[in-house]
Design a binder for this molecule. Structure first.
Ligand code: KIV
Length: 252
């Protein structure tokens, strides 16, 4: 965990991507990514749910075990799904189950409102990554995926959240869809690295959902993502080629 703080001090960017299965985790690991997150975004881009609020603990543990088998050198972080960290005791129990499944660190959504849970997890010796800004597990209450940091009150509360999670022992903090200047302000205000998603270039690192990066979920791509590949198109092309070859009497 100390490595990430040092990377921040050296101005060396931290890279993070999601993986929910063995081959993806192994490919990312072999590519030299710093952090692999078994995100609860699995619910949307793999399991076909509308948002992450339907994801269960058993589903997350299943995907964590699969990803863990593919990781040798990156840090494997697992997302604690909604309703599995209502109290500090429940948070530690859940975090321990992720560690038993192969995760090296856990993440949950929230700042000041989750300080007791975060402190309990870090006091139990489990490395913790925080997540503030837009919180997908509260998308229904918030009425959509809205950018954070638009008002002074929001900026102040993001800064308090960031300082609180650092004090509670987090080794890094994800900033999701935060106005770029505000993300920069937060990055300068704390000693732990900020990992941005849709929060501009001035964070200490960047994280993306791999399906968005490689074009594997073509029905929706967030505005802030520039895909590096079109994997969905390749799957369609290969499937069509197979169908044609089979119907044409091809044997293989
Ligand atoms: O679930 C997830 O993939 C995440 C990232 C978007 C940060 O939490």
């Amino acid at each position: 965990m100390e490595d990430f703080r040092q990377m921040k001090q050296r101005g060396e960017k931290i890279t993070a991507l999601t993986a929910y299965d063995y081959p993806t985790a192994r490919l990312l690991d072999e590519s030299g990514i710093n952090i692999i997150l078994v995100g609860d975004s699995v619910g949307m881009v793999v399991l076909g749910y509308q948002d992450t609020t339907a994801v269960t603990l058993d589903e997350m543990l299943h995907h964590t075990r699969a990803a863990a088998r593919g990781v040798k050198r990156a840090l494997l972080v697992a997302d604690m799904p909604i309703r599995t960290y209502e109290t500090p005791v429940q948070a530690v129990e859940t975090a321990r189950r992720f560690v038993a499944a192969g995760a090296q660190a856990v993440k949950l959504e929230g700042g000041v409102n989750r300080a007791a849970q975060i402190e309990a997890i870090t006091q139990a010796g489990i490395p913790f990554m925080a997540h503030i800004g837009m919180l997908p597990q509260t998308v229904r209450e918030q009425g959509g995926y809205r950018i954070k940091g638009r008002t002074q009150a929001e900026i102040d509360s993001l800064l308090v959240d960031a300082r609180t999670v650092e004090k509670a022992g987090a080794f890094s903090v994800v900033l999701e869809i935060v106005i770029a200047d505000v993300a920069k302000q937060i990055t300068n205000a704390i000693g732990i690295p900020t990992i941005g998603i849709g929060s501009g270039e001035n964070c200490d690192g960047q994280i993306l959902v791999t399906h968005d990066l490689i074009g594997l979920f073509p029905w929706f791509t967030p505005k802030f993502v520039s895909p590096e590949a079109r994997v969905a198109e390749e799957i369609r092309r290969a499937a069509r080629a197979f169908i044609e070859r089979t119907r044409g009497g091809g044997g293989r």
